[in-house]
Design a protein around this ligand. Structure first.
Ligand code: FDA
Length: 314
């Protein structure tokens, strides 16, 4: 018997296979929806515009998996400049960072020095920091570094991925810190031995993590565009009488704009993830290829008015 592949899935795969031949201008149009610009100047403009709509931001410098100290040093310099320039804007201010961009795969001790300098500067400038969670080869180190930094610096949060089997135990072990955790589903391709792949199971684990975090006295950043999860989270918050200052929702720039309105109407704060940087082309191709679902998102994006207008990348 031949395996049946649904036509939409075939179309999504075909889109991803064709990516290298897609003109850069077209990728720019697609990526422009998710990327807040190529420079600090560009991202500051986007953050100010979002603030005018009542939205918070977390700003991320594009890039990951650097292979030399020179590249990691350049990323540090960019973060230091970013933290300084962000302080021109009104609070709340946050930056997100990926440890592999700052040299996790090159030299952990030099990574720690870079992080300390960034965190110290962020503290001086009243800016919080969130550590993104990357693929599972980095989970142990990311949690270890979070614990170490958290001892010195209160305004620090960490992303936890609902698709990983280990996340419930990780979250429980962090609860004594009363942590601020961004709960997300997880974006990397992970093997079935360590990660759930079924949508419903991931949703259930997400809800479980959220309940543990809220009831354990932590601060949840509910990062999702899944309407079912958003509505479960809102019910959970309402049933416990939890107001605006106990949590926040988070979404990616350019995604789920109808849901955005719904969250704001509920009275909960909403923060948008705003990545920027000159590396947007390589980064976008990599992320588009990494996640097979992105083929579907691209297909939808092709018909979105924002993409036709070219998004935030000028
Ligand atoms: P789901 O994938 O089911 O998406 C729900 C709907 O949202 C889709 O049907 C689609 O319409 C839309 N959608 C979702 N993502 C889209 C996209 N990129 N483009 C267009 N439409 C899209 N992951 C990780 O591993 N480590 C991390 O540190 C983070 N950090 C992070 C921060 C923030 C603020 C967010 C919102 C997400 C992350 N993620 C992440 C990514 C996260 O793990 C997850 O892969 C995506 O959010 C998609 O999952 P959803 O919960 O949105 O559900």
């Amino acid at each position: 018997m031949t395996n049946f592949i649904p036509p939409m899935e075939l179309l999504h795969k075909a889109i991803l296979l064709a990516l290298p031949r897609v003109p850069k201008a077209m990728i720019r149009r697609i990526a422009g929806r998710y990327i807040a610009g190529e420079s600090i100047e560009g991202v500051l403009g986007v953050v100010s515009d979002l603030a005018a709509e009542g939205l918070w931001s977390t700003v991320d410098v594009l890039g990951e998996n650097v292979t030399s100290d020179e590249e990691a040093d350049r990323a540090e310099e960019e973060y230091l400049r970013l933290v300084e320039r962000l302080s021109e804007l009104a609070p709340p201010r946050q930056v997100s960072l990926k440890l592999t961009l700052l040299g996790l795969r090159v030299n952990e001790s030099r990574l720690s020095d870079r992080l300390e300098r960034i965190v110290r500067s962020a503290q001086r400038h009243g800016t919080s920091i969130c550590l993104d969670m990357e693929d599972s080869s980095t989970t142990d180190a990311t949690i270890r570094i979070f614990r170490w930094l958290k001892a010195e610096y209160a305004d620090l949060s960490l992303a936890i991925q609902a698709y990983l089997h280990r996340s419930v135990e990780d979250l429980k072990s962090l609860l004594p810190l009363r942590p601020s955790l961004r709960i997300c589903k997880g974006i990397y391709n992970e093997p079935p031995e360590i990660a759930f792949s079924d949508r419903r199971t991931i949703q259930e684990n997400y809800v479980h993590l959220l309940e543990l975090l809220i009831d354990g006295g932590g601060y949840p950043a509910i990062a999702t565009h899944d309407p079912w999860l958003v509505s479960r989270a809102l019910q959970m918050l309402a049933s416990r009488g939890l107001g605006r200052n106990t949590h926040e929702f988070q979404m990616l720039l350019g995604v789920g704009e109808a849901l955005r309105k719904e969250i704001l109407a509920s009275g909960s704060p909403l923060r948008l993830y705003c990545p920027y940087g000159p590396d947007w082309y390589a980064y976008s191709l990599r992320r588009l290829r990494e996640n097979p679902r992105m083929g579907g998102y691209i297909f939808k994006s092709l018909f979105s008015t924002k993409v036709l207008r070219g998004g935030y990348l000028k």
